[in-house]
Design a protein around this ligand. Structure first.
Ligand code: SAH
Length: 251
């Protein structure tokens, strides 16, 4: 049987019993039907994992006994996704795929053409975080992405260090093809080994003003083929292709 991943943001130590969060108890012991005595894998979201044994397997209260704790080295490149907020459930889908693909930070972006309500998605943050936890558990990714509060594109761009590469999925004329991007930019980006920022627009695309903001920030625009993709397909394609190049080709 594949071992279940259990999330605990609390510090854990070998041999010291740990009480799990109620939502984790519910998921592991009620939904997935694990029981007392079962072996599980505990992770804290920052790369620390430990095998553990379920001591008490209640649907709301449960405890586990951690074994030897190991630390995964953080990936040399931290991918950030600046995602124009899209309507539910597409946004959740993007967060899920982002966590599966090892994105380090997700920045939901308020754009002119976002189709969302007045609160701008800020009330959704706890729900979005729980989606990322579930995706890490499913994909056995020990690094839980940080999900930030929604910001306008201009504000989000100000917080990006000038030296960090920024790539945008772009529908504007003149955007580079994937081949041109890989040949001309990717090698240099990956040599810097740090943070790489990726921007994807909302359902209604970036506005001309937003494309201009991205250009001013020295963004590299990339076209993902001749078709118009939905935001979730574009995010998945760009992140997947980039991770593939970084982790499988250049590694
Ligand atoms: N409603 C718009 C499409 C928006 S798609 C229209 O019909 O024109 C949402 C986002 O996905 C875009 O802002 C862009 O960032 C990305 N995207 C979609 N297709 C793309 C492609 N072929 N290449 C690059 N980015 C793309």
């Amino acid at each position: 049987m594949a071992l279940f991943f259990v999330f605990s943001p609390m510090e854990f130590t070998e041999g010291v019993p740990l009480t799990l969060l109620p939502e984790e108890s519910h998921h592991i012991f009620q939904v997935l039907r694990a029981g007392a005595g079962d072996e599980l894998i505990l992770f804290d979201g920052s790369g620390k994992i430990a095998p553990c044994q379920a001591l008490k397997a209640g649907p709301r209260v449960s405890a586990v006994l951690p074994g030897k704790v190991r630390e995964h080295l953080p990936p040399p490149i931290r991918l950030h996704l600046l995602q124009g907020i899209v309507k539910s459930p597409s946004m959740e889908d993007i967060l899920r795929r982002g966590a599966e693909l090892g994105v380090a930070e997700i920045h939901p972006i308020l754009c002119r053409h976002c189709a969302i309500g007045r609160r701008g998605g800020s009330g959704k943050l706890p729900h979005w975080k729980s989606i990322a936890v579930a995706a890490c558990k499913q994909s056995k990714n020990p690094f839980l992405p940080s999900i930030h509060s929604p910001l306008h594109l201009a504000t989000a761009l100000e917080s990006i260090p000038e030296s960090a590469p920024l790539i945008a999925a772009s529908l504007e004329p003149g955007a580079l093809s994937w081949g041109e991007f890989c040949r001309g930019h990717l090698q240099n980006f990956s040599k810097k080994c740090g943070d790489i920022f990726v921007a994807v627009g909302p359902e209604g695309d970036f506005s001309p003003d937003e494309y201009a903001l991205l250009r001013r920030r020295n963004c590299t625009p990339v076209r993902l083929g001749p078709r118009i993709l939905t935001a979730e397909t574009a995010a998945l394609t760009l992140l997947g292709a980039l991770q593939f190049e970084l982790e499988c080709t250049l590694a």
